[in-house]
Design a protein. Structure first.
Length: 317
């Protein structure tokens, strides 16, 4: 394992300030810790579940993992309607990525086992050992029928004996379904990508927010003094914070302003309804699973309260 974290985040230099901010990967502590754990699983061929709240930066972490571990391949699981065959569609998409669009129609009538065998052979030919399934909840959480869910879980359990190691990436709804299988719960490692919560988490978030400030300078420093405001509307989640900062920067640039003002951040802040939904569902599930996995945090380790500080848009000052 590399000891110098800077080696994990080497990037090609983008052409302009917007692209710099868009492609910026800040090696903050939770990202780096989670990346290290996931890479350990990839390198040791140990299957894992990587879970986090929507928008926390899982896809960015997966892309970084695939770049650093060249023997892995990332496939985004296709969304499937209840009557559709989840894994059949998954293999069709996977083969089309490996080979291009050729033969897609002719394969639609192939049996699942034939598709699985062909996909495994193609992977081994390209010297790939690991498959990272992003948005893996699409393979399980759309299974409204208990029998279909059991069938999908049983099928994935059989892939543990494959010559290729599978890793699932998704939200807490995925983990809830996976825990219904005793074998999957026992044999696969669960890796959480948590948010910054509690007093210590808030202090780390403050430090990370400062790291973004130089990238938001137009002619003057951005108005980012109210750390509570950014913490509240990102829920301490860097994956939510970064796109928000980019939206505010673009709005200021389009208005030919000399700085990114507070009003731009207010206008582009995540919707209150979305934040409330994350508070009521995903962040509560995150805490429950931390406790279930024995990850004991201090008693103040709670998500931020939503005080709706966001003010109506009044235009630039």
């Amino acid at each position: 394992m590399l000891s110098d974290d800077s080696k994990f985040f080497q990037q090609d230099q983008p052409l302009n300030q917007t692209e710099v901010l868009r492609s910026l990967i800040v090696p903050h502590p939770l990202f780096t810790q989670t990346l290290h754990r996931f890479l350990n699983c990839l390198q040791s061929n140990r299957p894992a579940f990587l879970v986090g709240i929507p928008g926390c930066g899982l896809s960015t972490l997966v892309k970084q993992s695939e770049r650093l571990h060249i023997k892995s391949l990332t496939i985004e699981a296709p969304f499937a309607l209840p009557r559709e065959e989840n894994w059949h569609n998954f293999y069709l998409r996977s083969l089309s990525i490996l080979e291009g669009a050729e033969g897609y129609r002719s394969r639609k009538r192939q049996r699942l086992l034939e598709l699985e065998t062909e996909f495994t052979q193609k992977l081994l030919e390209q010297q790939k050992q690991c498959v990272i399934v992003d948005n893996a909840q699409h393979l399980f959480c759309g299974s409204f029928s208990p029998n279909k869910l059991y069938g999908n879980l049983s099928y994935f359990s059989s892939l543990l004996d494959s010559n290729v190691t599978y890793h699932l990436v998704g939200n807490y709804g995925l983990l809830e379904q996976i825990f219904k299988s005793e074998r999957l719960t026992r044999q696969m490692e669960v890796i959480q990508f948590p948010t910054y919560s509690g007093r210590q988490g808030f202090q780390k978030f403050r430090s990370i927010l400062k790291q973004f400030q130089p990238y938001l300078v137009i002619n003057e420093e951005p108005e980012m003094q109210d750390v509570d405001f950014f913490y509240e509307f990102s829920l301490g989640c860097i994956g939510i914070l970064q796109p928000w900062l980019l939206r505010a920067f673009l709005l200021a640039s389009n208005n030919n302003d000399s700085l990114v003002r507070r009003t731009y951040f207010e206008e582009t802040a995540p919707l209150t309804v979305r934040i409330r939904h994350l508070l009521d569902t995903d962040l509560r599930q995150e805490k429950q699973f931390r406790e279930l996995l024995g990850d004991n945090h201090s008693s103040d380790d709670e998500p931020p309260d939503l005080t709706t500080k966001k003010k109506p848009w009044k235009g630039p000052r």
